[in-house]
Design a protein around this ligand. Structure first.
Ligand SMILES: Nc1ncnc2c1ncn2[C@@H]1O[C@H](COP(=O)(O)OP(=O)(O)OP(=O)(O)O)[C@@H](O)[C@H]1O
Ligand SMILES: O=P(O)(O)OC[C@H]1O[C@H](OP(=O)(O)OP(=O)(O)O)[C@H](O)[C@@H]1O
Ligand SMILES: [Mg+2]
Length: 283
């Protein structure tokens, strides 16, 4: 039985639960329950505050967990990053009152900076030889300069709207963050096999999301040119149509090349192009 630590509620909770669900791992979550089991996978979930997830995994109370890279860096536990999950993307930045004239990091010398990430900030300032005071607060960090608690802040930024609402401007991006699947170092072979299965399923789900299945028709004399344009998992499938002299071509295209490939297909004489989502893609 594997134990996973997930955020109880907040920014990471919904995407973490959705990802596991797509990977065929559904929990029987009752309201207020902090532990849940799964009917079709040998896994148990602990619902925690995100701040407590790195420690819980490091102490082997949970075997794996989903946590923001910012929290992982801040807590400094030796955990294995099993998979970067690509959601909850944000940056952790220094921001100052918008009317301040900012030229470089030297601005922070002698200033007081409010943050929930003192370790990351201390390391950054040390590395850059900045002598600033760090004032740790647990939340509502953006309010600190406005109420005279600090001169600047170091906090999570995504759209930037919280900064704007609090008359602040982002001046330095210190780190970028995304959700991580972390594991305790040295878990047993049995647990590692379950973790590998979860990663395999997540990869299949992610590959399916970033690819589309494409079907099109073409006259036989255009098939060779069209096949050159299509990437395909191995190579495109070419099947004869009932109508003499025509073929149906099937393939898989990645999101990144999608519109470029569609344009080239039309130029090469493709007709009746259909694009359909892929449920799972086994690599
Ligand atoms: N605006 C955002 N956009 C994208 N990701 C974010 C954003 N805010 C936070 N995150 C990411 O999600 C994680 C959890 O954020 P959340 O605001 O839910 O934390 P919290 O208030 O500390 O929750 P908890 O109650 O569990 O301690 C953050 O550590 C960060 O990695
Ligand atoms: O740049 P933005 O898009 O405005 O996002 C940044 C804000 O998002 C997070 O707070 P959240 O909204 O999760 O509230 P909380 O800190 O109270 O949980 C974070 O703590 C920032 O305050
Ligand atoms: Mg927290």
């Amino acid at each position: 039985m594997l134990r996973i630590a997930l955020q109880k509620k907040g920014r990471l909770n919904e995407d973490s639960m959705a990802l596991l669900k797509e990977a065929g791992i559904k929990f029987n979550v009752g309201s207020g329950k902090l532990v849940a089991t799964c009917a079709d996978f040998p896994i148990e979930v602990l619902f925690l505050r995100d701040d407590d997830i790195p420690q819980t995994v490091a102490n082997n109370v949970a075997d794996i967990g989903i946590v923001g890279e910012n929290e992982y860096q801040e807590k400094q536990y030796e955990l294995t990053i099993a998979k970067r999950l690509g959601f909850s993307k944000c940056r952790i930045s220094l921001a100052i009152p918008k009317e301040e004239n900012y030229t470089d990091l030297g601005w922070f010398n002698g200033k007081k900076v409010a943050t929930s990430y003192p370790v990351i900030l201390r390391n950054f300032f040390n590395e850059k030889n900045i002598n600033a005071e760090i004032h740790e607060i647990a939340g509502s960090v953006e309010i600190a300069p406005g109420i005279g608690l600090a001169d600047a802040i170091f906090d999570i930024v995504s759209s930037g709207s919280t900064l704007v609402a609090n008359h602040l401007k982002e001046v330095e991006v210190v780190m970028k963050s995304e959700a991580l699947l972390v594991a305790a170092p040295g878990i047993s072979a049995d647990k590692q096999a379950l973790l590998d299965e979860i990663i395999f399923r997540i990869n299949s789900v992610n590959a399916a999301k970033s690819n589309k299945y494409i079907l099109l028709n073409a006259p036989n004399d255009k098939v060779a040119e069209i096949v050159k344009v299509l990437p395909g998992m191995k190579s495109p499938t070419v099947l004869p149509l009932a109508q003499e002299g025509w073929s149906s071509i099937h393939s898989v295209i990645g999101d990144k090349q999608f519109w470029d490939v569609i344009g080239k297909l039309k130029e090469a004489g493709a007709e009746g192009i259909l694009v359909v989502p892929i449920e799972k893609m086994i690599l």
